[in-house]
Design a protein around this ligand. Structure first.
Ligand SMILES: [Zn+2]
Length: 317
């Protein structure tokens, strides 16, 4: 058990369009900008900055123009000088780091919620970088409790924060939200609604977390970490944030598709009957054979951008 002191959360950012063809996040940000024009600072109970991360890619409805921007926020890229040949997304990453960071500094914004879509049918997934970020884990638990229409899962990437490459790593806390299935370049009403609800609940949690009156700048955590199961109870100015188990998943490995050894073209597709606990991973085009793997948690199956080439497999821990 440990006692941790953390300051209240003063500012958060909601970012969409980091990938320009993932449109739910774009439309959530545009709707929030409309709300702000209509209601001003009364739009939300806490200060919220909305950001259209990659406006050129959004305009062209492409994932990116020159370089995947969600791989540009590692410290090496952010500290490299901008030259005439720097890709547009690297320039934009520097701009966003100046706006929301600098990454790793005390001036960095408290929390970034970066909005993404996936073509994979996997509900809502919260992705972040460390199991020691109690604020993020509490928000994850809150969303798991409140969002009941789809599965809400937590994926932890074991990457040092200096190597963390995605936009939310600029903030002190933060996570990306992946919601699917949604084809790239279109908006599904149900997916948009789930994403907007997740954003609203995140704002709601931060407001509750930071709205104590006795000691407004102090938040106390009582943390019990039992192996990999997390249990946390937070006390804030006499208010208790109940703890509980947070089921999180971590990345194990990528599994490439079966390929022709000479041409490297695909020789199989994802099997239509993925099963638990043993899943049929691939169906071989020419032989009608199946490849089995012991089921752990599969992720991003049939994600058209990244996982056409590989599959992430994660395991509960
Ligand atoms: Zn994305």
């Amino acid at each position: 058990m440990a006692l941790v002191f953390l300051p209240a959360l003063a500012r958060m950012a909601v970012c969409g369009g980091t990938h320009g063809n993932e449109l739910s996040g774009v439309y959530v940000v545009q709707e929030m900008e409309r709300q702000w024009k209509e209601k001003g600072e009364c739009a939300w109970p806490i200060p919220v900055t909305t950001v259209l991360s990659n406006p050129r890619a959004v305009k062209e409805c492409r994932r990116y123009i020159e370089k995947d921007m969600n791989r540009c926020f590692n410290r090496a890229t952010l500290s490299s000088p901008i030259t005439d040949s720097s890709p547009y997304e690297v320039r934009r990453a520097h701009e966003l780091n100046n706006l929301l960071g600098p990454k790793g500094s005390t001036d960095a914004i408290d929390l970034i919620c970066d909005l993404h879509n996936t073509t994979a049918n996997m509900g809502l997934t919260l992705i972040h970088y460390t199991t020691s970020d109690w604020v993020t884990l509490h928000i994850c638990k809150y969303l798991q409790t409140k969002l009941t229409k789809v599965p809400v899962r937590v994926l932890v990437l074991d990457v040092p924060i200096s190597d963390a490459y995605s936009l939310e790593s600029v903030s002190k806390h933060g996570f990306s939200i992946e919601v699917g299935p949604q084809p790239h370049g279109v908006v599904r009403a149900d997916i948009y609604t789930i994403m907007k609800e997740a954003v609203d609940l995140t704002i709601d949690w931060i407001h509750k977390f930071s709205s104590g009156t006795v000691r407004p700048n102090q938040i106390w955590f009582i943390i019990v970490c039992r192996k990999c199961v997390l249990y946390q109870t937070m006390l804030f100015s006499g208010m208790v944030f109940e703890g509980g188990d947070v089921e999180a998943f971590r990345f194990i490995k990528s599994v490439d598709y079966p390929r022709d050894p000479e041409t490297r073209t695909l020789t199989a597709a994802i099997h239509p009957q993925l099963q638990v606990p043993v899943m049929l991973l691939f169906i071989i085009f020419t032989q009608n054979q199946h490849e089995h793997v012991q089921m752990i948690r599969r992720w991003f199956i049939l994600e058209s951008v990244i996982f056409f080439l590989s599959i992430f497999i994660t395991v509960k821990y």
